[in-house]
Design a protein around this ligand. Structure first.
Ligand code: KIV
Length: 290
C-alpha cells in the first residue's frame, strides 16, 4: 500500500507559516506508531538509541547496522511521518565517499527519507556530497554527543562570543551546503533565537529555548522511561512510564506467585467429554474445568 509521507519541503513551509515543528525520536515500530498517531510530523531515529534502548553509556558504540535496523522498524510502524535517520559515529567522517555509501544505506535499506550529521564546518563537504546525490541532510550543531570526549562532557555550548560566532558560521555553512534543517542542541536561547531569524531553513531546538522553529526531545525522556538518575536539564517528562512498567510487572509477578494468574479466562479448555476421558487415564485427577 502506498503512503504519502511528510517531506522536508513541508517542514520548510511550516517555518515560513510560523507553525512550530514538533519532533521526537523513536526507535521501534510500536512507539513510532503512537508518536505518529499523536500527530508528530517528523521522527528522528537518533543514535541516542545507544543510550535509550541498547544500554550504552554514550552514542559512540552505535553502528550502521543498529541504525539501519531501528530505522526499518520505525518506517514499518508509521505511514505519514518524515523519517530521519542519524548517521552514527565514524560513518561519515572518514571520507565523503563513505558518507555517501552509508547515507545511501540508511535510505535504501533503512527506508529513511533523510539523514542527520553532527558537526558544523567539518561536515560541510559530506553534507554537500549527500545533497548533490539527492539525500536530504539535517545538520546538528552545539552540543554534539558524538564529540563528548572532545567537548569534555555534555555541557552547553556557545556561551562565549567566539563560540557563539563559530556556531553562527557553522549553521550558515550548513545551510549553504544544502541542509534542509538544523538541530541546535544545548545552546543559549538568545543565540538560538538569533540563528533562527538569520537562517531560512528551520531550526529544531533541544535545550535551545523556545524561539527555535521546532523542538525535538528524546522519546524516552518525555515518557519517563529513562532509568538513569541523571535527567538532562532540557528534558521534561510528560509521563512516568518507567514507574508504570515497574508497577505492572510487580502485579504480574504477584499474580503468578499466588496462582491468581492465569485464570480460566486466559486458559484453553478441553471439551468436557475429552476432559472426562482424560481424567480416567491420567495421573492428573484434579483437572477442574468448571
Ligand atoms: O540522537 C538523538 O536523539 C539526537 C537528538 C538529541 C537531536 O541527535
Amino acid at each position: 500500500m502506498s503512503t504519502t509521507r511528510i517531506t522536508t519541503a513541508d517542514l520548510k513551509k511550516m517555518k515560513t507559516a510560523g507553525r512550530k515543528i514538533v519532533m521526537l525520536t523513536a526507535y521501534d515500530a510500536p512507539l513510532a506508531h503512537f508518536v505518529e498517531a499523536a500527530g508528530v510530523p517528523a521522527i528522528l531515529v537518533g543514535d541516542s538509541l545507544g543510550n535509550t534502548v541498547l544500554g550504552y553509556e554514550n552514542t559512540l558504540p552505535v553502528t550502521m547496522h543498529d541504525v539501519v535496523r531501528h530505522t526499518q522498524a520505525v518506517v514499518r510502524g508509521t505511514r505519514r511521518a518524515l523519517i530521519i535517520a542519524d548517521m552514527p559515529f565514524l560513518s561519515y567522517q572518514v571520507s565523503e565517499e563513505q558518507a555517501l555509501r552509508n547515507a545511501g544505506k540508511l535510505v535504501q535499506e533503512g527506508g529513511a527519507q533523510a539523514v542527520k550529521l553532527e558537526g558544523g564546518k567539518r561536515t560541510v563537504a559530506a553534507t554537500q556530497r549527500l545533497v548533490d546525490a539527492g539525500i536530504p541532510v539535517m545538520g546538528h550543531v552545539g552540543l554534539t554527543p558524538q564529540s563528548v570526549h572532545q567537548l569534555g562532557g555534555y555541557r552547553a555550548q556557545g556561551r562565549t562570543l567566539a563560540e557563539a560566532e563559530a556556531l553562527q558560521r557553522d549553521a550558515r555553512a550548513l545551510e549553504q551546503a544544502g541542509a534542509f534543517a538544523i538541530v541546535l542542541e544545548s545552546i543559549p536561547a538568545t543565540l538560538a533565537q538569533e540563528m533562527t531569524q538569520a537562517l531560512a531553513i528551520p531550526t529544531i531546538g533541544i535545550g535551545a529555548g523556545v524561539h527555535c522553529d521546532g523542538q525535538i526531545q528524546v522519546l524516552h525522556d518525555v515518557l519517563g522511561l529513562n532509568p538513569n538518575a541523571a535527567h538532562p536539564r532540557h528534558a521534561k517528562a510528560y509521563a512516568a512510564l518507567g514507574d508504570e512498567v515497574r508497577a505492572a510487572v510487580s502485579s504480574y509477578a504477584e499474580d503468578v506467585e499466588s496462582s491468581a494468574f492465569p485464570t480460566r479466562e486466559h486458559s484453553f479448555l478441553l471439551p468436557n467429554e475429552v476432559a472426562r476421558a482424560l481424567r480416567k487415564t491420567s495421573a492428573v485427577t484434579t483437572v477442574d474445568q468448571s
